[in-house]
Design a protein around this ligand. Structure first.
Ligand code: FAD
Length: 426
């Protein structure tokens, strides 16, 4: 079998015991074949099985091998695009409905963790940390728009002293605190969802890459088998490759990275983030960080548009971490790793159908921990004959990336450069 192990990360080192699901070595028929074993695929499979469908799930490597097993674990609010843009695109009423679905995404996490007894360190509390007056103004504006959408679990923090209680960095002068967002152990959450799916009757195959996908006939071939289904769900997201060109043009895989410090000891770790919130600063390429239960700092940030790991990643991550916490100059990293986020031009998720029998969800643009659960549910509803909520998602604009595969990256780099320059403005 050619399945790749989980990437070497603090998450893999602290993963709960997990079964090895078999490789597919025969021809199978089923109601729905799901391709991709991250949150999107596993949640869609679980939601479908709960509705009585016979489901087969194919994962090229291990469950949670992709972004779902490597991410920052931050449970964010809403979409990655600004709430103002959401209202501009679809009007206030539909924006409220879409926003309510993103909140349902958080409720799905709460419910699944409780119902399936998933041990994934689920913790609530999230701080957006501002280090200049412009960012504080942005917090105030965001809070106002979010409250128009019906979100009240938030509070603008207008002074440095209170900001330090959330993230004790000399840089931060205020921010936005949300009691309605939080963090979890991403790989353990994904493994727990897969266990629940298997217990509900989903037939899971690992080490089973879809080699060809016929979206009209709903057939998938693999190295040693094939699946004929009534419907397909495509959930490969940033790891899609060139398998389904119609989907590929709407997303750009962007590398992003995380470092886990050595254990800091309880007091020192608590001193960095006293309330144990997830923290993100407000840069366009943001830094995001949180404490681990074994008293490390998990520090994420930096992006790359190449498929190669950046050279000197630990050094680059260390520089970013010291900009926030200069007192950690004596601290080393035990792990550094990366993975791909699929972003869309508008930073809103891309859900829909290809023909009559194939459904897909991708392009969560850095907010997939919250959004994949609701995406999986909405796809399951559509396959079960209730497409109203999928049609609402389809109202979000999805411009293809210009310039084809080769030119897409340079134009994105130029766009990002502009935003980075903007971060220098006070
Ligand atoms: C470093 C990093 C940090 C992040 N931080 C956050 C965060 O803090 N908060 C947040 O909300 N989001 C974050 N994200 C994004 C988030 O992780 C993703 O949006 C989410 O996990 C997407 O889930 P998914 O199931 O759609 O895709 P994935 O988890 O990537 O799953 C896709 C799966 O498809 C499989 N696959 C691909 N091709 C095939 C094939 N041909 N046949 C079979 N299987 C195939 C892959 O092996 C993979 O396991 C981060 C991502 C990264 C990489």
């Amino acid at each position: 079998m050619s399945r790749q192990a989980h990437t070497d990360s603090w998450y893999a080192a602290t993963a709960r015991p997990q079964p090895h699901y078999p490789e597919l070595t025969e021809s199978l028929s089923c109601d729905v074949c799901v391709v991709g074993g991250g949150y999107t695929g596993v949640t869609a499979a679980l939601e479908l099985a709960e509705r009585g469908f016979d489901v087969v799930l194919l994962e090229a490597n291990r469950i949670g091998w992709g972004a779902s097993g490597r991410n920052g674990g931050q449970i964010c609010t809403g979409f990655s695009s600004s709430p103002d843009k959401l209202i501009d695109w679809v009007g206030l009423d539909d924006a409220r409905r879409l926003f309510a679905m993103t909140e349902e995404g958080k409720q799905i996490i709460r419910d699944r963790v409780a119902r399936h007894d998933i041990d994934c360190d689920l913790t609530w509390g999230y701080f957006h940390a501002a280090d200049r007056p412009r960012e504080l103004r942005e917090c105030e504006e965001a809070a106002e728009t979010l409250s128009k959408l019906g979100y009240e679990a938030q509070e603008v923090v207008r002074d440095a002293e209170r900001a330090q209680r959330h993230a004790a960095s000399p840089r931060f002068i205020g921010g936005l605190y949300e009691s309605g967002a939080g963090h979890l152990h991403p790989l353990n959450y994904c493994l727990g969802l897969a266990r629940a799916a298997a217990q509900t009757g989903v037939r899971i195959f690992e080490g089973t890459r879809a080699l060809t996908i016929d979206t009209e006939a709903a057939k998938v071939s693999t190295a040693k088998g094939e699946v004929s289904a009534k419907f397909l769900v495509l959930a490969m997201n940033a790891y899609l490759g060139d398998l389904v060109p119609g989907l590929r043009s709407r997303i750009m895989p962007v590398g992003t990275y995380i470092a886990a410090t050595e254990t800091l000891g309880e007091n020192r770790a608590k001193g960095l983030i006293p309330g144990n919130a997830a923290v993100a600063d407000m840069k366009f390429v943001l830094n995001y960080f949180r404490r681990s239960p074994d008293h490390r700092l998990l520090f994420g940030g930096r992006v790359s548009y190449s498929t190669l790991m950046p050279p000197n990643l630990p050094r680059a991550m260390r520089k970013k971490m010291l900009e926030v916490y200069p007192d950690l100059a004596d601290v080393g990293f035990d792990f550094t790793w990366g993975g791909f986020v699929a972003i869309t031009v508008e930073r809103s998720p891309h859900l829909g159908r290809l023909g009559r029998r194939t459904y897909f969800a991708q392009g969560f643009s850095g907010s997939g921990v919250t959004l994949t659960g609701i995406a999986g549910r909405v796809l399951a509803e559509a396959i079960a004959g209730q497409a109203g909520r999928l049609d609402l998602f389809a109202k979000l604009p999805h411009t293809p990336f210009p310039g084809g595969r080769i030119l897409r990256t340079p134009s994105l780099v130029l766009a990002m450069l502009w935003y980075r320059l903007r971060d220098l403005v006070p």
